[in-house]
Design a binder for this molecule. Structure first.
Ligand SMILES: [Zn+2]
Length: 155
């Protein structure tokens, strides 16, 4: 078998178009990569609108340096959409200037935010909740401290 039907879009696609899944009979997922991506985006949308404690990080393109971004790392008990809404109404810049790079839900997010800030301050310049640190390093610190994988995938 080299091709199979995606159970969502019903397209007949090559196996390489499906993510690996060791638990399935043919070693591939039932939905194609595109449809899996759609589900991932749906999950993110749902995650962003959920009102549970979260650590989030976004960059400010207006302050972008040649090599490093300024990354804001914060805590919110509100949904990320609400949080980003406040931010963009309080700012003369558009939302596209503040792309989200990380979202992690954790019941102790408020406490862990302080631990994350301390660790990030060791890696680079700090101004309040802003850090001039490589984005991948920020994500790594957030994941290490919370023990949760970044739920944001860049969409
Ligand atoms: Zn599909």
């Amino acid at each position: 078998m080299t091709h199979k039907y995606c159970c969502k879009c019903q397209q007949y696609l090559h196996l390489s178009r499906y993510h690996l899944d060791t638990r399935s009979v043919d070693g591939r997922r039932g939905t194609c990569r595109t449809c899996s991506g759609d589900r991932r985006r749906q999950q993110l949308k749902e995650l962003k609108s959920r009102e549970d404690p979260k650590i989030y990080a976004y960059i400010n393109r207006r302050l972008q340096d040649v090599s490093l971004d300024w990354v804001k790392v914060g805590y919110t008990g509100k949904s990320i959409n609400t949080r980003l809404g406040w931010m963009t109404t309080a700012s003369p810049f558009g939302k596209e200037d503040f792309p989200l790079v990380a979202v992690v839900s954790h019941p102790d997010a408020k406490k862990l935010e302080l631990v994350i800030h301390r660790k990030l301050a060791l890696l680079g310049e700090r101004k309040y909740e802003w850090f001039r640190v490589d984005v991948p390093d920020v994500i790594e610190v957030i994941e290490q401290v919370t023990g949760v994988s970044n739920e944001h995938t860049g969409v």
